[in-house]
Ligand binder design. Structure first.
Ligand SMILES: [Zn+2]
Length: 333
């Protein structure tokens, strides 16, 4: 990753964190102005803590601790009740961070080690990989997903199905929502969206991405040609290559590979595609990693273009969603 990206992000986080503390301070002042008794309670509390500490130092006896607990409980209770009357809670006096997990530091402690929080990881993904798609991510979510842009005509000759495109999308929407709800279930299959351009495959992957992001997970979006070029550049150690690309492709909670099948293929790329799909299936580090592939190809195409190992992974571990109907891009208002 570009070191300026990380230092810029760290600065933004520092500002966010400072703002959260300042806002809390302002809120606290307002509440304390309205309820002067709160300041008295705080003073009584610190007095009780201090005198207990002194007592322990002097007489080295701990019996005063239970007394302190009683005083503290009574005062805290009074504080909570006073706040409640104003429709507030103790939380209103504390900073509200955009990420509760890392308190806007970008890092968390896990098993004695410092780790980058998913929120910071996602910021880096957005800058480095998701750029092309981020604008769409904001607009394309389940609240802007409308089934009525799909025809309700049942026409087996035209659509090669005995249900209408709308009914079909309704089923796919259900599959998508189920995928989100069971994301952490290792048994939950990955998704492959098949069908012509203009049927809403990328739109639906963005709807899912939005929901997965809300769960505090990381989402990496790449088109197959860009993804494979980046990997190959990295393997050949080309200048300006993104050293973390492979690690990130393997570890993102959700990887969306768009335009699968539009890349030029060769044996080396087959190996890389297989490695990515297969490693992600194994849920390395017991971490749940799921993949959505979007493609204009059908299963026969996949079997004829890619080697059998890739095709069999897709058939075995992906729920196949076939999109059909008329191009919806011209129907959107
Ligand atoms: Zn965080």
């Amino acid at each position: 990753m570009d070191s300026t990206t990380l230092s810029d992000l760290k600065r933004i986080y520092e500002q966010k964190r400072r703002k959260a503390f300042q806002d809390a301070e302002i809120r606290k002042k307002e509440i304390y102005n309205k309820l002067p008794r709160l300041s008295e309670i705080d003073a009584e509390l610190s007095k009780a803590y201090l005198s207990t500490a002194m007592e322990i130092l002097k007489n080295s006896q701990t019996s005063s601790i239970s007394n302190l607990k009683k005083i503290s409980d009574t005062l805290q209770k009074e504080k909570t009740e006073l706040l409640k009357k104003e429709g507030k809670t103790l939380e209103d006096l504390s900073p509200i961070f955009s990420c509760a997990k890392c308190k806007d530091t970008g890092y968390i402690e896990k098993n004695g080690k410092t780790e980058m929080c998913t929120c910071l990881k996602q910021e880096i993904f957005n800058i480095e990989y998701n750029k092309s798609n981020m604008g769409n991510l904001e607009k394309e979510n389940f609240s802007t997903f409308h089934l009525d842009v799909y025809s309700d005509e049942i026409n087996p000759q035209k659509y090669k199905s005995n249900i209408s495109p709308r009914e079909n999308m309704k089923r796919i929407e259900k599959i998508a929502k189920n995928f989100i709800a069971h994301f952490d279930d290792p048994e939950q299959k990955n998704l492959i969206f098949m069908g012509n351009s203009g049927l809403g495959k990328t739109f639906l992957s963005n709807c899912i991405a939005n929901e997965i992001l809300k769960l505090g997970k990381t989402v990496l979006y790449q088109t197959a040609p860009v993804m494979l070029n980046d990997i190959i550049n990295c393997l050949f150690d080309k200048p300006n290559c993104n050293k973390n690309i492979i690690e990130n492709l393997l570890s993102a909670n959700l990887l969306i590979i768009d335009d699968f099948g539009t890349e030029s293929v060769n044996n080396m790329k087959f190996t890389e595609i297989f490695n990515i799909l297969n490693t992600r299936l194994l849920n390395q580090n017991r971490k749940i990693t799921k993949t959505i592939i979007s493609t204009n190809l059908n299963l026969q195409n996949i079997y004829s273009i890619y080697d059998e190992r890739i095709a069999s992974r897709i058939v075995g571990y992906y729920e196949i969603c076939k999109f059909f109907g008329d191009d919806i891009r011209f129907q959107k208002v």
